[in-house]
Design a protein. Structure first.
Length: 139
């Protein structure tokens, strides 16, 4: 189901180790297209474009040029936070993430962002996600 996502990762020269984890996340997203996807990941633009493709809002050709200089698609969206940018520009707080949670959604969070939280904040985020039936994807 994720062969085109894997192809895009190959085109972007993503390492095999990282590719395996990203493919796993893409597969889960593909099986839950009815859920809202909340993205806090450094490669969030790839998953945003993947969702657009899965919902037939982006052609295969446009999807496969994601991240390429010839692509007309943006790599940063107003509703998507980049973990690397946010860590540099803002004080990382749990409420930033929690405010974005919605019931029955999916939260894709960069492991850098997740592990920057204290142990108690990690546990609070996990319990809040569980209460709201949010699928947490940490990669």
């Amino acid at each position: 189901m994720t062969k085109y996502f894997s192809l895009l990762l190959d085109l972007l020269n993503i390492s095999d180790t990282e590719k395996e984890r990203l493919d796993w996340i893409a597969e889960i997203i593909a099986h839950h297209t009815d859920k809202k996807l909340i993205i806090h990941h450094r490669l969030g633009f790839l998953f945003h474009q993947w969702r657009e493709y899965l919902h037939d809002r982006l052609s295969l050709e446009d999807f496969l040029v994601t991240g390429d200089i010839s692509s007309q698609q943006p790599i940063l969206y107003d509703d998507t936070l980049s973990a690397s940018i946010d860590l540099k520009e803002t004080d990382l707080k749990l409420n930033i993430i929690q405010d974005w949670l919605e019931p029955d959604s999916m939260l894709l969070i960069d492991e850098l962002r997740f592990f920057a939280l204290s142990k108690s904040e990690q546990e609070l985020l996990q319990s809040r996600s569980s209460e709201m039936r949010v699928i947490m994807l940490i990669c």
